[in-house]
Design a protein around this ligand. Sequence first.
Ligand code: G1P
Length: 294
Amino acid sequence: MTRIRKAVLPVAGLGTRNLPAAKVTPKNLLNVFDRPILAHVVAEGRAAGIEHFVIVLGRGQGAIEDYFDHAVELEQALTDKGRGELLAALTGDLLAPGQMSFVRQMAPLGLGHAVWCARDIIGDEPFAVMLPDMLMDASPGALAQAIEAHDAVGGNIIVVEPAPEGETHKYGIVALGETAPGFRGRLRRMTGMVEKPPPGTEPSNLFISGRYILQSGVFEALAAHSRGAGGEIQLTDALRARLDQEMFHALAYEGRTFDCGDPLGLLRAGVAFGLKHPSQGAAVRAALTALLAG
Ligand code: G1P
């Protein structure tokens, strides 16, 4: 089975639900406890064996490139002050030179268009897509679980989970067929998918939650630039167009998802990651207990 080496992370987007916090800070640089959302997602990708990250940016998001580069003066100052631990935390998020590419989407035409912008860097090999608004707390990580499924059955793997009651119209929703052997019954053939179905028309309550393993053939479908839900070029539509030529499985991964695209999701993620922080978890628990006691 071809190894999954590259991941596309579309980060463009106004972050409307997180305004005004996301007014001058790119939405994926907002904080989840001790580091930006995006750093947590890149860490999940690295733990799954991803070697090259393609970050698809919008205008005004240059701070994301700076985050993943050396901050020479800051690093020197920490060295001079003997703050080795902090320095290690800072540089630990950096990849080796050449392992991260930045592509400008240039026009906000939708998720499918953002992924299509990465086509030349991905080339002709299967790859991962990680939606960085969705932070997934799992062990092994959500992407590692998807790659394990890909190693077993090949084709395309789409991570899904039950949508909150009454919210299927906000997401990509899948239709499922038979269960694949193994994976504790969590891997099923996919027979259909639809982006943001009107209430009452959804084929199931399972939504596409933000981790994908895709075959490069999707770029052919995306090249048509067909508009779908919301007038946008939708990744879900391009994948549906490949359903009769390629195999698709949906994986109900084991873990917790935080939608960091709104203030409550971001807060829940910050609390959850704070509570399990190796050195500060106990202090977070004590602070929360005190706050809740009023
Ligand atoms: C995108 C995808 C959708 C998926 C969702 C998960 O939608 O198009 O299929 O369910 O992310 O967050 P968006 O949130 O960009 O509207």
